[in-house]
Write a new protein. Structure first.
Length: 411
């Protein structure tokens, strides 16, 4: 297992980041399912129809005994034109619903893509933290292995007691178990990254998330889809109400039959006048009076839906604002703590080397060595974990703002 961990550690170089590459590959799979919608063809194809045209032809054929074949006995061609002049706003509301449903879907698709980037980035930064912890744990494991090796010699000659011999070996076994566990966790994260990237690229720690600018108010585009849904509910209510509004149509029927152009004793002017009289356009008025109880129930149901949409939007706005305030406080606290701790890291590394030397030289007792080394390890591990937590909180801050994760990654 330790040989495997050593290979895994050295397989993760620290000189470059590739988070954007991994995100791009992971999102490409999502994009495949969105291609059809992104053409945006169906939005215009489903517009409500105000103009209706129809053409109807009907002819009867009978055998022609004189000439053979068939001749037309009677028939006509009728063209009907119907245009909805006024419908109480139903058509306009229907068009707006179609348009805003398209916008809402675009918001949701973008949110889905950003969620993919967010999930990938979380795995990436957790893998970086685990990699750093493994390097730290390896250093301490090697140190205790060296101490245990020397103690075996001193214990054999009776120069140290069994309590000290067992305490150092117990700590060594504990460090090795922790190292194995961390290695398995890192291998799991690494395999997830390989799956996300289809094994096309390796994992290179080094990417960061930019620091949010708290002096600016971040607009949360995540609310966009909810705003669109709220608007759609309002338009659906308008559409429902307009069903009971009066409707005005402009209708025209143009019909031509076998007798339409038979002059007979009529003049051309008389023929035209007769045709115009028979085929005049007209305006029709239609008003379906609803049952008052039914109308009241429908209006009440629509009003409740509107109120729910408005309350949901308000609750989401309040949640995001509160969440951003909490994340901002966490980021500022972690950043201040890391700035102080970063100055101590080199000193902690040097202090542990001195501590190990002092113990091996017999200058300090094993109890002090174990206590101080554990404190040293804890301080350095907390620095690594705080750094990881800072990146994750910056990541979540931008995600809550619906800022595209691809735009805030520093390579």
């Amino acid at each position: 297992m330790r040989k495997f961990l050593a290979i895994l550690i050295f397989a993760l170089p620290l000189w470059a980041g590739n988070l954007l590459e991994i995100i791009a590959l992971a999102q490409s799979a999502k994009l495949e399912s969105l291609k059809e919608f992104n053409k945006n063809d169906y939005i215009n194809a489903n517009k409500s129809k105000r103009l209706n045209l129809s053409l109807d032809g009907r002819y009867t054929f009978i055998p022609d005994e004189l000439k053979g074949g068939y001749m037309t006995k009677a028939g006509s061609i009728t063209a009907k034109v119907e245009y909805l002049i006024f419908d109480g706003g139903a058509s306009e509301a229907a068009d707006k619903i179609l348009d805003h449903k398209g916008v809402a879907k675009i918001y949701k698709d973008e949110e889905l893509m950003n969620l993919t980037a967010f999930q990938v980035a979380k795995v990436y930064f957790n893998a970086i933290a685990l990699n750093s912890l493994i390097n730290l744990e390896t250093k301490f494991t090697d140190a205790f292995a060296k101490a245990a090796s020397e103690n075996e010699f001193w214990f054999e000659y009776g120069w140290i007691d069994k309590a000290e011999f067992d305490a150092i070996n117990f700590t060594l076994d504990k460090k090795r178990a922790e190292l194995d566990e961390l290695g398995l966790k890192l291998a799991e994260l690494n395999s997830r990254i390989n799956l996300l990237s289809n094994g096309e690229i390796g994992f290179n720690p080094g990417s960061k998330i930019m620091m949010p600018d708290f002096s600016k108010d971040e607009f949360s585009a995540k609310l966009g889809a909810m705003e669109q849904e709220k608007y759609i509910k309002e338009q659906e209510n308008e559409k429902q109400k307009s069903k009971f509004a009066p409707k005005i149509y402009l209708k025209d029927t143009q019909s031509v039959n076998n007798n339409s152009f038979k002059k007979g004793e009529r003049t051309a002017a008389q023929m035209a006048e007769a045709y115009a009289d028979a085929n005049k356009p007209r305006v029709e008025f239609e008003w379906k009076l609803p049952d008052s109880l039914s109308l009241s129930k429908q209006s009440q149901a629509k009003r409740i839906e509107e109120q729910k949409a408005a309350l949901g939007l308000s609750d989401e706005e309040n949640r995001i604002i509160a969440r951003l305030k909490d994340i901002k406080a966490t980021i500022e606290s972690l950043n201040a703590r890391l700035n102080l701790q970063s100055l101590k890291q080199d000193k902690l590394d040097s202090s542990f080397n001195d501590l190990l030397g002092s113990y091996l030289d017999g200058e300090i007792k094993y109890e002090e060595f174990l206590f101080v080394s554990e404190k040293n390890f804890s301080d350095r591990a907390n620095f690594i974990l705080d750094g990881d937590l800072l990146e994750l909180n910056k990541l979540e801050y931008f995600f809550e703002c619906a800022r595209k994760i691809n735009e805030v990654v520093i390579e």
